[in-house]
Design a protein around this ligand. Sequence first.
Ligand SMILES: [Zn+2]
Length: 223
Amino acid sequence: MKINPTKQTYDQLLRAYEHMNRELFENKLPSCLITLQREYGAYGYYYPARFASDTDLKISTDEIALNPQYFREEGRKDREVTSTLVHEMVHLWQHHFGKPGRTRYHNKQWSEKMKTVGLHPSNIGEPGGAEVGDQMSHYIVTDGPFAKAYEKLKESGFALEWMEYPQHIIKLVQSGALAADQVDQFIKDGEDYTSLDMGLVAKALDLDEDDDRPIRVQVNKQQ
Ligand SMILES: [Zn+2]
């Protein structure tokens, strides 16, 4: 594999943005600057006119930030990461073509636009949650516009290559204590070490006998 992580990451993110702009927003959204950020507890965020051109300060562009920390958390895959991108694109749409609420607030107009692109707003990220508010997530509507647009994107070869994993997971895989194809299940099972070779684990993590297992923190993710 030829390794060029910056290009491999940003080419794909730009490709997803342009594809979703065409499929879900009639290609009307202006371009923006996508960044990778680790704002704690946030899958992503949108910030209007965050950057100005150095050659002409009158020209500005918006920021859409995605948090790589959560690209693979809680069973998330490229599809869920792309849905976060589209969630932020709805904020961007509203800033340019609608009427945003006060900062952080996801208002009724935003909520309705989300539904038209096939993402159902929900503060708990699943059916039954509030559809407006400060803390907001969404879930993907089965066979909705986003779901269909994502299938096309995937069929065209879209995939994110570089995933941030907790440091101890990477060490466990590199040491052979945990098979690469068991990582998802291992995380899903709440990091069940019982079936692993503890000698390899101790070596990989450089553990003393009385070290505790790494602690995972649960936070309510916002977008
Ligand atoms: Zn949001």
